[in-house]
Design a protein around this ligand. Structure first.
Ligand SMILES: *Cc1c(COP(=O)(O)O)cnc(C)c1O
Length: 388
């Protein structure tokens, strides 16, 4: 059993308070360090990003901005408007620019979509990324669809379709791979599901973690091309996780032209910063893509090794994940609170205590995969905790 020392318990309670005031998202390590200068974070396994991709992008940025003028230009001039950057990104994604809406982070796309297109009723699978129900306005009925722990939180398609038929929502949300459990539906299953949902006005598919999923080969199995077939489909994508650039705030949504036009008429003209525009202009270049692809595949390998090692540790139930994180359940009576704090205060490892996630019964932590070296440290620390 993991137990905290008296001193650790005092700090743990103060950290909990800070977390509560941050709402349903964890405080960043900067915010944490500000308030708790004595808590030394060595590994941030809370934030879900590919550290190799962060490094790659930062290297490009440093090279490009060696000349001070170019950076000054980025700051002193207006960036391009949403629709202009959309043209560049659409070309890269091989879709029509009229189908793409860029966001100051995917969170802005989620907010725009939920506020503008949900009319009465939305179905959200739980556990989930909280913004999908938190942004629903007061008159919207949020209906939760519980993912089955016994089924590793994987969506049971036929059961779900029956549920949708019964509830008759105007909007449904499917996150694939799902956050926080990493459960994944293969492309064929997603295509089938989307086809069956043709009578629902808005089918939101959040693919923020799709770059980490692996089917038979390395290709990314996005549903975004199905936009040409299904007018009700809305594919949402954050760039924060797979490119490791949460600080820049960049994401997009792919949806019908009517929806894109509606949003652009209601604001969002200059919603991307100069830095976000720079990111997208770098992202669409072939040589960047080649380097990124290497970083992506390498990181998936490292992540799968990490998952395997974690799943062999006694006292943990590790749920199969196609994300770059794993949901682990403590099976020997320790609480997620104690485990989270012990990992942080004794080992400097920051994870996500999932006790505030609705639809998760039990003691759960979400642990992100980091660099090879950091993952080793996480494994060692978790073993140390559970064998004590
Ligand atoms: C992190 C996350 C987002 C938001 O990403 P930002 O681009 O940083 O705003 C959206 N959806 C899911 C499922 C996420 O995990």
């Amino acid at each position: 059993m993991i137990t905290l020392k008296t001193k650790q318990r005092i700090v743990a309670k103060a950290i909990k308070k800070q977390k509560e005031s941050a709402g349903s998202h964890s405080p960043s390590i900067l915010a944490l360090a500000n308030q708790f200068p004595n808590v030394k974070i060595k590994v941030d396994a809370c934030f879900l990003s590919n550290p190799y991709a962060s490094k790659l992008f930062f290297k490009c940025l440093q090279q490009d901005f060696k000349k001070q003028n170019k950076f000054q230009d980025l700051i002193q001039y207006y960036p391009s408007q949403n629709a202009i950057i959309a043209q560049l990104v659409a070309k890269h994604l091989d879709i029509s620019p009229q189908n793409i809406f860029l966001g100051n982070g995917a969170i802005e796309v989620i907010q725009a979509v939920i506020h503008n297109f949900v009319r009465k009723k939305i179905i959200v699978n739980i556990p989930t990324f909280s913004s999908y129900y938190e942004f629903a306005k007061e008159h919207i009925k949020v209906v939760y669809h519980q993912l089955d722990k016994q089924n590793n939180f994987t969506l049971d398609i036929e059961k779900y379709l029956k549920f949708v038929k019964q509830e008759r929502p105007d909007t449904v949300v499917i996150i694939n791979p799902n956050n926080p459990d990493g459960s994944y539906l293969k492309f064929q299953d997603m295509a089938y599901l989307i086809k069956q949902l043709k009578d629902v006005d808005n089918v939101i598919v959040d693919e923020s973690f799709i770059h980490f999923a692996r089917e038979k080969d390395e290709r990314i199995k996005s549903t975004l091309k199905l936009i040409n077939e299904f007018d009700n489909l809305i594919v949402i994508k954050s760039m924060s996780k797979d490119f490791g650039i949460a600080g820049i705030r960049a994401g997009y949504g792919v949806m019908s032209t009517a929806k894109v036009n509606h949003l652009l008429k209601n604001g969002y003209l200059w919603n991307l910063s100069g830095l976000a525009e720079y990111f997208f202009r770098t992202y669409i270049q072939d040589d960047f893509q080649k380097m990124y692809e290497k970083a992506r595949v390498k990181y998936i390998d490292i992540t799968q090794t990490f998952n395997n090692k974690l799943s062999k540790i006694d006292g943990l139930n590790v749920y199969p994940s196609q994300g770059n994180f794993v949901l682990v359940e403590l099976t020997e009576g320790s609480t997620a609170f104690d485990c989270f704090n012990k990992l942080l205060l004794k080992h400097g490892i920051y994870t996500r205590n999932c006790s505030d996630k609705i639809g998760l019964e039990g003691e759960f932590l979400r642990i992100a995969s980091r660099t090879k070296k950091e993952n080793k440290k996480i494994i060692k620390s978790v073993k140390d905790l559970l064998s004590a």
